[in-house]
Design a binder for this molecule. Structure first.
Ligand SMILES: CCCCCCCCCCCC(=O)SCCNC(=O)CCNC(=O)[C@H](O)C(C)(C)COP(=O)(O)OP(=O)(O)OC[C@H]1O[C@@H](n2cnc3c(N)ncnc32)[C@H](O)[C@@H]1OP(=O)(O)O
Length: 179
C-alpha cells in the first residue's frame, strides 16, 4: 500500500514492559467515557484494543449505519479516529501514556457499511518521548488491506497534561466535575 510517511533515521527499538497487559487481553487503562474505547460514552466507537505478542495490538470494529460518509461506506474521518484509538493504545504496552502528535492515513478501498474492520497495529520504535506506530485494516483477508496508518505519539505526564481540563471531564452520570 502506498504511503508518504517516513520514519526518522534515528529511530530506536522499544521494549514491552514486563507488567504490560498479557497477550490476548484487553488493554484497559483509559476511561469509560472515551469516544474511542469507552463503554459508557453515549456515542462512540467502543473499540476494544487487545494486546498481542511483543509490541503488537489488534482490534475490530463493526461499521454501523451511523458511521456513513459517502453513500454506503464509512466516513474517512471516522476510520481515522479508529486508527488513532488502536495505535494510541499500543504505547500502553510500554506502560507509557501518550497523546497523538501526528496521524497519517492511507485509504486504499471503500469500506462498506455492515462490514467488520479488523485492525492490527505495532510499535515501530521511538526517539526520546516520540513513539512511532503503524496499523493496517482489512475486512477478513490480511493480504487485502483496505487502509493503513502511521501515528506519532508523544509521551506525557498524565497529571500535568490534563491538569487544566479535569474540571470539564464528563462522567457516566452525565455530570461534569465542576457542575
Ligand atoms: C491519554 C491517556 C493514555 C491512554 C491512551 C488511550 C488511547 C487514546 C487514543 C487517542 C489519543 C488522542 O486522540 S490524544 C488527543 C489529540 N492530541 C492532543 O490533544 C495533543 C495536543 N498536543 C499537545 O498537547 C502537545 O503538542 C504535545 C504534548 C503533543 C507535545 O508538546 P510538548 O510536551 O511541549 O513537547 P514538544 O517538545 O513540543 O514535543 C516533543 C517531541 O515531539 C515532537 N513533536 C511534537 N508534535 C509533533 C508533530 N505534530 N509532528 C512531529 N513531531 C512532533 C517535537 O518536535 C519533539 O521532538 P524532539 O525535540 O524530541 O525531537
Amino acid at each position: 500500500m502506498k504511503t508518504s510517511f517516513v520514519l526518522p533515521a534515528d529511530i530506536e527499538p522499544l521494549s514491552r514492559d514486563p507488567k504490560a497487559t498479557s497477550p490476548g487481553r484487553r488493554i484497559n487503562l483509559h476511561h469509560s467515557m472515551c469516544f474511542g474505547c469507552g463503554a459508557d460514552a453515549p456515542v462512540g466507537l467502543r473499540i476494544d484494543v487487545i494486546a498481542g505478542e511483543g509490541l503488537t495490538v489488534s482490534a475490530s470494529m463493526k461499521v454501523e449505519d451511523w458511521m456513513q460518509g459517502g453513500p454506503g461506506v464509512i466516513h474517512g474521518g471516522l476510520l481515522s479516529t479508529a486508527f488513532d484509538e488502536v495505535m494510541g493504545t499500543s504505547p500502553l504496552l510500554l506502560r507509557m501514556p501518550v497523546v497523538t502528535g501526528h496521524l497519517e492515513i492511507d485509504y486504499a478501498k471503500p469500506i462498506p457499511l455492515g462490514s467488520t474492520v479488523q485492525f492490527t497495529g505495532e510499535i515501530l520504535g521511538g526517539v526520546r518521548r516520540k513513539v512511532y506506530t503503524r496499523a493496517v485494516a482489512h475486512l477478513g483477508d490480511p493480504q487485502e488491506p483496505v487502509a493503513a496508518a502511521h501515528g506519532l505519539f508523544i509521551a506525557i505526564d498524565l497529571e500535568k497534561h490534563f491538569a487544566g481540563y479535569r474540571d470539564r471531564a464528563v462522567h457516566p452520570s452525565g455530570h461534569q466535575n465542576g457542575a
